[in-house]
Design a protein around this ligand. Structure first.
Ligand code: TMP
Length: 215
């Protein structure tokens, strides 16, 4: 059996990451892998209920951070860990880097407390902390994302934030990427869709998880 792969997709709202997840899923399936497409907050019935609350109901930053991690714990136990144990490719639209970027850098919540919660919630039986094998970070200037979001549906509590919030969130992703450069791949999301897709394909081919362009 092939070993499981855990790949996460990150970026500020409007960066366009969700567009590429389906294509990555198709590429892995063509390559004979079983793919689990999922998202955070969400991915289980309980976590989807928490998503509704956290995206729409007013709450303080600690409550917000705890709900993100509560949803994550359920998602890890019910979906992510069993899928990885079965050798599947788990493609997750956002994970803990989003908590550091949004709750930590965006809202200004204590990063050390977030690290503690990360270590508890993602603890593995061998005392390591579950982390993605690769994180594709779709990096787009906050000003460009703002113009894309302007035409979007009714905004949720995060999408409704001002541009300066997303500038902090971007800085948060950059800090996480610098601290975990072995798993982070920065994708330049400020280019035509097909070029962004090429960068995504190249990142996966570089790890030999998928065939490269001429294969
Ligand atoms: P989505 O629209 O990409 O599905 O993400 C939902 C929103 O939740 C998005 O604005 C980012 C936010 N979010 C956090 O603030 N913290 C987190 O830990 C996660 C996973 C998402």
């Amino acid at each position: 059996m092939q070993s499981g792969l855990f790949i996460t997709f990150e970026g500020i709202d409007g960066a366009g990451k969700s567009t590429h997840i389906g294509a990555v899923a198709d590429a892995f399936r063509r390559h004979g892998r079983t793919v689990r497409l999922t998202r955070e907050p969400g991915g289980t019935p309980l976590a989807e209920k928490l998503r509704e609350l956290v995206l729409n109901d007013p709450m303080d930053p600690l409550t917000e951070a705890l709900l993100m991690f509560a949803a994550r714990r359920d998602h890890l136990q019910q979906v992510i860990e069993p899928a990885l144990a079965a050798g599947e490719v788990v493609l997750c639209d956002r994970f803990t880097d989003a908590t550091f970027a949004y709750q930590g850098h965006g809202r200004g919540f204590d990063l050390q407390v977030l690290s503690l919660l990360e270590a508890w919630v993602q603890a593995m039986p061998d005392d390591t902390v579950r982390q993605p094998d690769m994180t594709l970070w779709f990096d787009l200037p906050a000003a460009v994302a703002a113009t894309r979001l302007a035409s979007a549906r009714v905004p949720d509590r995060f999408e409704a934030q001002p541009q300066v919030f997303f500038e902090r969130v971007s800085a948060g992703y950059a800090a996480r990427a610098a601290a975990a450069h072995h798993r982070f791949v920065r994708i330049d999301a400020h280019q035509p869709l097909e070029r962004v897709a090429d960068e995504v394909r190249a990142a996966l081919a570089a790890r030999t998880w998928l065939p490269g362009a001429g294969a």
